[in-house]
Design a protein around this ligand. Structure first.
Ligand code: HEM
Length: 139
């Protein structure tokens, strides 16, 4: 899957970040952990502010994929390094991606068109793939 070269596609959907991002981040983690309780132990020591930062930073990094590919690659390397010691199972990154796309869809409203969804799916899949490859090589 290739990352889209139209930055607008990734930016538009995330206009919501300027809006209810605290609610959206909380909603994302609630869904993730309710549906996949096996992930709870990773976030035991994270407060809601840390989770919101993670959520917003994750989306911002992904948004760079189209406009600044070099910077995106650098961020993904950093994220891979920072997730490596957490011993996260590779398949957990897929669960994370699915719930992320679902949450964006719910908050994206009319901006969440099939093109925007495809663009986000491509970039989220690429990011999760890189992070999970880095995590499994550490295991
Ligand atoms: C594509 C998938 C993911 C992205 C883009 C992502 C992104 C991030 C970012 C930006 C941070 C904050 C900066 C840092 O501490 O490095 C973070 C922290 C963290 N991530 Fe992820 N993450 C992903 C998947 C996961 C998964 C699947 C898990 C566990 C099951 C996980 C567990 C954590 C934990 C425990 C933290 C520390 C939170 C804290 O500060 O308390 N991440 N992640």
């Amino acid at each position: 899957m290739t990352v889209p070269n139209d930055p607008g596609l990734l930016l538009r959907a995330v206009d919501v970040l300027a809006g209810p991002r605290t609610e959206m981040a909380a909603d994302f983690y609630r869904r993730l952990l309710e549906r996949h309780p096996q992930l709870k132990s990773y976030f035991e020591h994270s407060d809601s502010a840390a989770l919101e930062r993670m959520f917003v930073t994750a989306l911002r990094s992904m948004m760079m994929a189209a406009s600044s590919p070099a910077e995106f690659a650098q961020q993904v390397d950093q994220l891979t390094e920072r997730h490596q010691p957490r011993n996260i199972k590779p398949e957990y990154f897929e669960l994370f991606t699915e719930v992320l796309l679902e949450t964006l869809a719910d908050y994206g409203g009319d901006a969440w068109t099939p093109e925007v969804e495809a663009a986000w799916r491509a970039v989220a899949t690429q990011t999760a793939g890189a992070l999970s490859a880095g995590s499994s090589s550490a295991a």
